[in-house]
Ligand binder design. Structure first.
Ligand code: NDP
Length: 335
């Protein structure tokens, strides 16, 4: 049976869950908003489905729900944050104003977050920055579950990469994608629903191609998207998300002593660019010209458009949720 829940009500319920499982108020509020935004926008691989993972990570002590991030002002265009084994979104919230002000002053800024956990989509981190007129790029590496092209065993994470830019007269342009053939959350959802994966998504524990999501989860691995091309981009995400921030590579941390933990302990890089420094016509107008040309060429769906449409619907009609999921969330808030 399906019902709906208002966004504010969902945020309140998720906040209660985080608080009940040991986070402080700031962390609960940031993560609850983030997770509810994913559910509201139809980004289901990182919506309420992830609450169990957050709770299990917190419960095993793998992530610190009360960590205080430490911001370091390194150079005119560079700031670093030690997330102190807490959540990357909390580190971003703490350093955001500094990174934005550096970008406005110098035209560009880098925010390098380390010692952090990220279990969500990246667009909630960067879309608001594009709404303030900046171009924002983000990379996060995760946990070793993806085989590099031509390799035999997992080294990379599902390693998302996201881009957001202002667009004249419209919502920002945003794309946000895993550099593996699919996000790990979608593999888990397919396994739950008994759906087969598309070919070329993953391999089983013996390295043989499989369309069985459970075989991928039980000792198998994902492949990168687009063969050697996606593999190079995934490698770049490891270098930006870990080597440049001071965080772990996806293959470097050991969470075997924290059974059930699902939050990768790595790093996140955010690059901000102030497009007002560019030559010629304003960037957002140039962006509009490009999008119009794409639409003239027959493109009917832009990245981010599906989310925007779902957001418009759920804002008006509430967020669909099954009675079973709602009951599970209410239980998580007290048990
Ligand atoms: P998808 O393949 O579903 O979508 C990737 C991007 O392409 C989105 O911006 C999407 O827009 C756009 N898109 C999809 N289909 C089309 C189409 N037909 N035409 C035009 N644009 C299209 O995402 P992934 O499965 O690769 O990733 C899902 C999420 O998982 C991401 O948000 C990512 O950040 C997250 N993730 C997080 C990880 C972590 O460790 N924190 C690890 C891996 C992934 P739209 O959104 O509008 O559909």
């Amino acid at each position: 049976m399906s019902t709906t829940i208002a966004y504010a009500e969902l945020v309140e319920l998720l906040e209660k869950i985080f608080l009940h499982h040991g986070t402080d108020k700031v962390v609960a509020s940031i993560l609850a908003e983030n997770c509810a935004m994913c559910e509201r926008d139809g980004a289901y691989s990182h919506g309420i489905f992830r609450m169990r993972g957050y709770v299990d990570s917190l419960g095993t002590g793998w992530v610190d729900g009360r960590a205080i991030p430490e911001v370091e002002d390194i150079a005119p265009s560079f700031c670093r944050v030690d997330a102190s084994n807490g959540f990357a979104q909390v580190a971003l919230a703490r350093a955001r104003d500094l990174a934005v002000s550096k970008c406005r002053q110098t035209g560009v800024s880098v925010l390098a977050i380390r010692n952090s956990h990220h279990l969500s989509a990246l667009w909630p981190d960067i879309e608001p920055l594009a709404r303030e007129g900046l171009i924002a790029i983000s990379a996060v590496n995760s946990f070793a579950c993806t085989v590099p092209f031509d390799g035999k065993s997992p080294v990379f994470g599902t390693n998302p990469f996201a881009f957001a830019a202002p667009l004249d007269g419209g919502d920002p342009i945003v794309f946000d994608l895993a550099t593996s053939a699919m996000a790990n959350g979608d593999v888990q959802i397919a396994a739950r629903k008994g759906h087969a994966l598309s070919p070329d998504s993953g391999v089983d524990k013996d390295g043989k191609p499989t369309d069985d999501p459970q075989a991928v989860l039980d000792g198998g691995a994902l492949l990168t998207f687009g063969g050697h091309k996606g593999s190079s981009i995934s490698m770049m995400v490891e270098l930006l998300g870990a080597a440049l921030t001071g965080g772990h590579f996806s293959f470097e941390f050991d969470w075997s002593g924290h059974k059930g933990a699902q939050t990768p302990h790595t790093g996140q890089l955010i690059i901000l660019i102030d497009p007002s420094r560019a030559a010629g016509e304003p960037f957002d107008r140039r962006a509009h010209t490009l999008i119009a040309a794409m639409q003239d060429a027959g493109v009917s769906r832009l990245p981010g458009q599906r989310r925007a449409e779902i957001r418009a619907q759920t804002t008006q009609n509430g967020i669909p949720i099954t009675a079973e999921d709602l009951a599970s969330l209410r239980t998580l808030a007290i048990a």
